[in-house]
Design a protein around this ligand. Structure first.
Ligand SMILES: [Zn+2]
Ligand SMILES: [Zn+2]
Length: 344
């Protein structure tokens, strides 16, 4: 009989208030290919996208693709078993997994090092292979080594929030003294502020929530409270900071994206780092609007390197795995300062 493990399983979509995740004993994953490693999970980040998927907001994008699933795609743990062909990991190493759990490795995207765009990409947490559990397997090509001086609760948020933030900041073409507005300061935004500051940019954190504005201030950003009255917000921005050189949107709202486009100078760049549609795009303003989706495996290694060398401040709070529903509810109510992680 297969060994079992604890997992928070989603069998039916619904409001998080109804506690749709159920603690269940499921078969423990086993190494099935020579290049796979088995990881005993130490921490898994709780990402806003899980809330959207669980509550059914993203059914229009085909997420989740099927049920049941074990959510969770910011996974860090210890390698406890390796396949016969594994070359880059040893038992006892700490390793992390991003939302990208695998890809075909043969298409043009994969050959160009943009595995996240592969049409056959396999997403962590959209099957039973997710991080809200005790164990996970992955091909060693999609695991990233984590140095032992970064604790699991601080390393886990690098694997979706950190990666997404890094890629979006890079896409915004940051430069010394140029201003960048970060719309949405939470798990992802608080990392983006730090990556942009490392580039020497003048960073403005923008959020509705006082709690999140405080986080932005602590990380050395200027702050602006968001206002759904677009005119009011833009007038205040112009007088306090001036129009922005670039903007990055992490708030999953089309109207925020529309405001961000108006908040940049003509010729400026707007990066949309979440699922969404784009209102207000005026060709005559020569602006660039760019989408980003997580990042590649080489981006992921870069994020871990930067975190190790610059002491990024990952703001993280740990909760037991069994409290996944309660933690997601806190996230929904903006009660999580930046990132929560589940510890099995
Ligand atoms: Zn995520
Ligand atoms: Zn591919």
């Amino acid at each position: 009989m297969a060994e079992k493990m604890r997992a928070m399983v989603l069998s039916k979509l619904g409001p998080i208030e109804t506690k749709p995740l159920k603690l269940t004993m499921i078969d423990r994953h086993q190494i099935s290919k020579p290049n796979e490693v088995l990881i005993k999970i130490e921490a898994c980040g709780v990402c806003h996208s899980q809330l959207h998927a669980i509550e059914g907001d993203w059914q229009k994008y085909g997420i989740p693709p099927g049920l049941p699933t074990v959510p969770g795609h910011e996974v860090v743990g210890k390698v406890v078993e390796i396949g016969k062909g594994v070359r880059h990991f040893e038992i006892g190493d700490r390793a992390g997994i991003s939302p990208l759990h695998g890809s075909c490795m043969q298409c043009q995207y994969c050959k160009d090092g943009k595995e996240q765009l592969c049409d056959l990409a396999d997403i962590t947490g959209e099957s039973l292979m997710g991080g809200y559990a005790e164990y996970i397997t992955v091909s060693e090509n999609f695991a990233t080594y984590v140095p032992s001086n970064i604790g699991p609760e601080f390393a886990a948020p690098l694997f979706c929030a950190g990666l997404t933030a890094y890629k979006a900041v890079k896409a915004s073409e940051p430069a010394k003294k140029k201003s960048v507005g970060i719309f949405g300061v939470g798990g992802v935004g608080h990392m983006a502020i730090q990556f942009a500051k490392l580039e020497g940019s003048r960073v403005i954190g923008i959020s509705r929530s006082e709690n999140h504005l405080n986080v932005a201030r602590k990380l050395g950003a200027s702050i602006m409270q968001y206002d759904s009255d677009q005119q009011k917000f833009l007038t205040r921005l112009k007088s306090q900071e001036g129009l922005l050189d670039s903007a990055i949107v992490f708030a999953p709202s089309d109207s925020v994206a529309g405001t961000a486009i108006k908040a940049v100078k003509k010729g400026g760049t707007v990066v949309i780092g979440v699922f969404g549609n784009i209102p207000n795009f005026m060709a005559a303003d020569e602006k660039t609007v760019r989408g980003t989706l997580i990042g590649s495996m080489s981006d992921m290694r870069e994020v871990v390197r930067i975190a190790k060398e610059n002491e990024l401040r990952v703001i993280s709070k740990s909760f037991p795995l069994e409290q996944a529903n309660e933690v997601l509810l806190k996230l929904k109510q903006s009660e999580i300062e930046a990132r929560a992680v589940l510890v099995p």
